[in-house]
Write a protein that binds this ligand. Sequence first.
Ligand code: AHG
Ligand code: MN
Ligand code: MN
Length: 346
Amino acid sequence: MKRISLTQYLVEQQREHGRIPSQLRLLIEVVARACKRIAISVNKGALGDVMGSADTENVQGEVQKKLDVISNEVLIEANEWGGHLAAMASEEMDTIHLVPNRYPQGEYLLLFDPLDGSSNIDVNVSIGTIFSVLRKVGHHHGVSEQDFLQPGRFQAAAGYCIYGPQTTLVLTVGDGVAMFTLDRETGSFVLTEENVQIPADTKEFAVNMSNLRHWAPPVKRYIEECLAGKDGPRGKDFNMRWIASMVADVHRILCRGGIFMYPWDKREPEKAGKLRLMYEANPMAFLVEQAGGMATNGHDRIMDLQPGKLHERVSVILGSKNEVQRVTDYHRDTGAEAASQPAQAA
Ligand code: AHG
Ligand code: MN
Ligand code: MN
């Protein structure tokens, strides 16, 4: 079998479809290189100084793990000097990170969740890095947080790298989804799956069931109907998976279908959800839609939400189209209150 590297794939995509200008290609290659470095740190585990807490807090008040901090630094260092970026934003940084003046400024904005699934680091379960790419719109001098506040439908590219039994980079530039497996012997990402498609129907859901009592009625209704199995209104048995790394749960859905939910719940009613719109929901929604799936917050398409601030949270329902549509219809049927969700459709 002829092996196609990530570089060759990107060059050919540009040649055939004109989708990947040189700055974007450089950006994707730099992110991929950073992910390789993160993979090396992840693999060291207890043999390196990478496990446990960093004893610091991020802007969302979460205690940072050492690997959250390391991964954030690796991504920043790798992306600062190439001339492809105007600025970066990360789940682990309070404010945007400008490219230092000594380097040329590019036209792209990079957003990332450097290490997704932090609670799984110390227990040797799959984790990942999620990224989203926007264009800086307009020709004004400098960059501000405002430049980042674009709905997800304007993403130029998005993807994630999963550090699991294999290290796999999953990418979209708006022309379908491709997967690249890291060949550790040659150090290159090799194309192993193209035109990834999520089946429209599924019998598998992913949700943290321990929160059931806190959910809104439409979400409860959907899950209770799944749990009723063959004898219930759905007339079939469902299976459940919850890895607690969004990257790993979404990866499974891209591979074999399913529905993933991290819905609003009344533990912290003022928060729209747990997951972050710009670093988690938008890039995953872009991938899922590009693979024929669907992603909503129960009311609106995630990629149509106008972000009000960088670290905004959102309720997330994504995966197999018919199931996501069903949950979204249940929200409409019960007239569930959207007021708890600050992000509205643009
Ligand atoms: P992060 O590690 O980047 O903070 O993200 C963790 C997220 C997401 O990956 C996962 O789906 C979810 O949190 C798990 O939350 P629970 O522990 O509440 O199940
Ligand atoms: Mn995350
Ligand atoms: Mn994270």
